[in-house]
Ligand binder design. Structure first.
Ligand SMILES: Cc1cc2nc3c(=O)[nH]c(=O)nc-3n(C[C@H](O)[C@H](O)[C@H](O)COP(=O)(O)OP(=O)(O)OC[C@H]3O[C@@H](n4cnc5c(N)ncnc54)[C@H](O)[C@@H]3O)c2cc1C
Length: 372
């Protein structure tokens, strides 16, 4: 049974209310404490948000990417960290749905509405070139023994299930699913990142972790393809998060420009302020158009990797630039921790790096254009 327009509307209404009541009031607190306050993540789980995109057969709500990305945009308008926590989970589940075998999906997906799944590719040696990873998966009978070190993993420490890009003995790339409770698994350092302060981004260390054959996602040699697919899915959702951040910047700038006066004139009546507000509003609309095209093309079964890269490449740079304009409208207060603008710039800046750097995305966009 497919989702109705009415159910989509109810989802968005529920997200708006959850964001207004539970997330937006904590936005500044999450940034300053550098974590989610106790109990907040549990509320997200209790509200059923982890299962938003999970198929019904596994206990999820089965919303598609058009609905899920709109939901993350609305959430990011109140708090971008929680929207990115969900983005990391949704894009990982998506790879199980597309590439997972029945035994693996039957074992793991029923728990995906209660616990977070994460996707781990980056290593201390670098993230832009996945072919250079050192993590090894060695075949032993009907098992694989995995050893390696993954860093900068979104939801690292909070997530319980990890897709791990590894190299086999014959240097083929493959993705295996590991569980935090397996012997040899341990969490390492949490990154001290400058933005998205609620999201734990951390290290996962695997020391001879043994998984059965069924924990292989897709087939041996498909690791890069699955990684690229995960990037494309993540970039649609991050485009949505960036549209939400830009909306937050816009709302902050507009309400300040209405109240603050330059002599007797409200700031919004000054042409220099109007130009900045117009630029922020146009940026938001453009980011939205890009991520929505990515989501619609994905749902329609059309190619969407290029437009997804555009949504995150354009979206991250535009949200940072829009934040800078909003900061200028607020004057000295914009430069202060008292207002959210400075942390919105730091939040948006993460997405010039995570899920493929700007340079990598622009290379992919160029390659797609050259190939046309
Ligand atoms: C908030 C956040 C969340 C993250 N979450 C995850 C996650 O969930 N899972 C995960 O696996 N990783 C994650 N990462 C890591 C992220 O994917 C990497 O930071 C990114 O891939 C870049 O890798 P690097 O940091 O090692 O930089 P490097 O690869 O060392 O690159 C350094 C610089 O060189 C440029 N560069 C590198 N190679 C080339 C080239 N061939 N041509 C042109 N320029 C190049 C890069 O664009 C960059 O500017 C996250 C990062 C952040 C900031």
């Amino acid at each position: 049974m497919s989702i109705t327009i009415e159910q989509n509307k109810m989802l968005i209404q529920m997200i708006k209310e959850f964001t207004a009541n539970e997330l937006a009031p904590l936005d500044m607190d999450i940034d300053s404490r550098g974590d989610y306050p106790d109990g907040l993540f549990q509320k997200v789980v209790k509200t059923g948000l982890l299962g938003m995109t999970l198929p019904r057969e596994y206990g999820g709500a089965d919303f598609d990417y058009v609905a899920a990305s709109e939901a993350l945009e609305k959430m990011a308008t109140g708090n971008a960290s929680m929207a990115v926590t969900l983005e990391g989970h949704f894009k990982t589940i998506e790879q199980f749905i597309k590439y997972g075998n029945k035994a693996l999906n039957d074992k793991y997906l029923p728990s995906a509405s209660k616990r977070i799944f994460a996707f781990s590719m980056t290593e201390p040696s670098g993230g832009s070139n996945p072919k250079g990873i050192a993590t090894r998966a060695i075949k032993q009978g009907s098992n694989w023994v995995i050893t390696g070190d993954k860093i900068m993993i979104t939801n690292g420490g909070l997530a319980e299930v990890y897709c791990v890009l590894s190299k086999t003995e014959d240097d083929q790339l493959a993705i295996f699913v590991v569980d935090k409770d397996m012997p040899g698994f341990k969490f390492g350092k949490r990154e001290d990142f400058i933005g998205l302060k609620g999201v734990p981004v951390g290290e996962v260390v695997l020391n001879h972790v043994v998984v059965p054959d069924s924990h292989l996602l897709g087939v041996i040699g498909q690791g890069l393809e699955i990684g690229d697919n995960a990037h494309a899915d993540a970039r649609v959702l991050m485009g949505a998060v960036l549209a939400g951040i830009t909306e937050h910047e816009l709302q902050t700038a507009v309400s300040y420009a209405k109240e603050r006066k330059a002599m007797d004139t409200p700031l919004y009546q000054l042409q220099v302020t109007q130009e900045k507000i117009a630029d922020i509003a146009i940026a938001k609309q453009n980011i939205q158009a890009l991520y929505q095209k990515g989501a619609n093309d994905k749902v329609a079964g059309k190619p969407y990797a290029e437009v997804a890269a555009m949504a995150k490449s354009y979206g991250s740079r535009s949200a940072v630039a829009a934040g800078d304009k909003a900061l200028q409208i607020l004057g000295g207060y914009g430069y202060s921790h008292e207002y959210p603008v400075e942390h919105l710039i730091r939040d948006a800046r993460a997405m010039e790096l995570a899920e493929g750097t700007i340079e990598k995305m622009n290379l992919e966009i160029t390659n797609a254009e050259i190939a046309k």
